[in-house]
Ligand binder design. Structure first.
Ligand code: OAD
Length: 233
């Protein structure tokens, strides 16, 4: 089976009703990003950060995977599909995708402030955390999210996967945040690249040919699945 590596961003979850970050009406229009999603912001006002992610979790519970997530799951019948997502939602997993690497952490997980290797899954209805929340060792916890100003521990495995790709696909990201945006530069020279986004960011620093599919994820991924089955099976 050909290895199909797919890098997804907020746009793939937009049709599920999850807001993107930088579009008009996006999350960062209403929340100061450095206050709710940075290491400095968390140090300065951790209560606000807990509140912000509690609200994000409430919202995640109210939405479902959309056609784009479901088609990516179906592609596992024909390809060795590996998803690298910048999203902190769990919609790929809920659609049934079996290989998902989260670059920016996971909304439904928290971890110990003092022992970062102690990561816990939140299970509804207990999905809210606060300054008072303690793990079973009595230690305070934080969202299992990669804040701005922090390292991206899964970037190294993501570059490795990208180097192994036979086909590389980018879906629904503005390619504004590094190092995630640089992933496509790790593809081998002969590897075809597809980029699905109604308003794709034109990649100018790459000498690679990019096949743009300027459509919403649901439509674009359906079109991609046809192209892949026709050309690469
Ligand atoms: P952005 O909000 O920067 O970009 C969203 C992209 O989705 C844009 O290019 C839109 O054109 C596209 N889009 C909108 N609707 C779409 C649809 N229906 N189908 C497909 N694409 C659509 O989101 P990201 O690029 O994911 O990090 O942002 C990257 C990171 O910035 C996030 O992971 C988050 C944020 O700060 C952290 O919080 C750590």
């Amino acid at each position: 089976m050909k290895k199909l590596v797919i890098s997804t961003g907020a746009g793939i979850s937009a049709e599920s009703g999850v807001k993107t970050f930088r579009d008009t009406g996006g999350l960062w229009e209403n929340y100061p990003v450095m206050k709710v999603a940075s290491a400095d912001g968390f140090r300065e006002n951790p209560a606000l950060v807990h509140q912000f992610y509690n609200a994000r979790r409430d919202q995640l519970l109210s939405v479902q995977p959309n056609a784009a997530h479901l088609i990516l799951k179906e592609l596992e019948n024909d390809f060795d599909v590996r998803i690298i997502t910048q999203n902190v939602d769990n919609l790929h997993e809920r659609a049934g995708s079996t290989n998902v690497l989260h670059l920016h952490g996971e909304l439904m997980k928290i971890r110990s402030m003092t022992h970062p290797e102690r990561v816990y899954e939140l299970t509804p209805p207990d999905i809210h955390t606060s300054l008072e929340t303690r793990d079973s060792y009595g230690d305070p916890v934080r969202p299992h999210i990669v804040f701005f100003q922090e390292d991206v521990p899964n970037f190294e495995p993501a570059t490795q996967l990208t180097r192994e790709a036979d086909i590389f696909v980018v879906i629904g990201t503005s390619l504004a945040v590094y190092p995630a945006a640089s992933l496509l530069h790790y593809t081998r020279p002969e590897v075809p690249i597809y980029y699905i986004d109604p308003k794709p960011t034109i990649v100018t620093t790459s000498n690679k040919d990019i096949n743009y599919i300027a459509k919403k994820a649901s439509e674009g991924v359906a079109e991609l699945a046809e192209i892949l089955r026709k050309n690469y099976l």
